[in-house]
Write a protein that binds this ligand. Structure first.
Ligand code: 5GP
Length: 187
């Protein structure tokens, strides 16, 4: 089946079009570049897989020296349901101790993932630690987490595109769209 036909079937509406996302990414990069102007190097740590496209775009607009690293987490999810338990399944390649670290996440939902990451990273004594998240669903928050750089607040719907998936599909759509409820609520 063609991807366009799958998209047609599963997607309800576009929430953020490509231009809107790109404009916001440029703004976030400008803010980050200004805030880190006096820093030798910023380590961008992308949380796989959801952040890979956001991180790639953000990094290319930064005007501060930076390096890129990744981690992968497993949150005990079944489809769209998260149980709040998070586990590190791939660590950064380089040590983050004494580094200026910026965590780059796709979305904060309940907040468990970011809360876990902040605690885990803080224990390694980085020089500084901040967070940059493309999306946030404030209505779903269960843990109070601080986001330093936020792209957009969105309603409580399952979104795909621009790195975000549903069952590993739709990550490479250039826009962010809401999945039809009957697609993800039939689990
Ligand atoms: P939290 O721990 O904040 O509940 O969840 C964070 C993770 O849940 C995100 O990194 C992402 O993997 C996943 N997630 C939460 N909401 C959505 C969504 O609407 N779409 C997608 N694709 N993933 C989501």
């Amino acid at each position: 089946m063609a991807l366009s036909a799958l998209v047609e079937q599963a997607i309800e509406r576009t929430l953020l079009d490509e231009q809107t996302i790109q404009r916001r990414v440029v703004e976030l990069a400008a803010q980050i570049s200004s805030d880190y102007a006096d820093v030798d190097n910023v380590v961008l740590v992308g949380v796989l897989k959801g952040s890979f496209i956001f991180l790639a775009d953000l990094a290319r607009h930064l005007d501060v020296p930076h390096s890129v690293d990744f981690i992968a987490l497993s949150s005990y999810n079944r489809g769209t349901v998260s149980y709040g338990a998070v586990r590190l399944i791939m660590d950064t390649r380089s040590s983050i101790t004494d580094q200026h670290v910026l965590i780059v996440e796709d979305i904060v939902d309940t907040g468990y993932t970011l809360d876990y990451l902040m605690r885990n990273f803080e224990a390694r004594r980085p020089a500084s630690l901040r967070t940059c998240t493309l999306l946030s669903k404030p209505d779903r928050r269960e843990v109070d987490v601080h986001v330093d750089y936020l792209g957009f607040e969105i309603p409580d719907v399952w979104v795909v595109g621009y790195g975000l998936d549903y069952a590993n599909r739709f990550r490479t759509l250039p826009y962010i769209a809401a999945l039809r409820r009957d697609v993800y609520e039939k689990e």
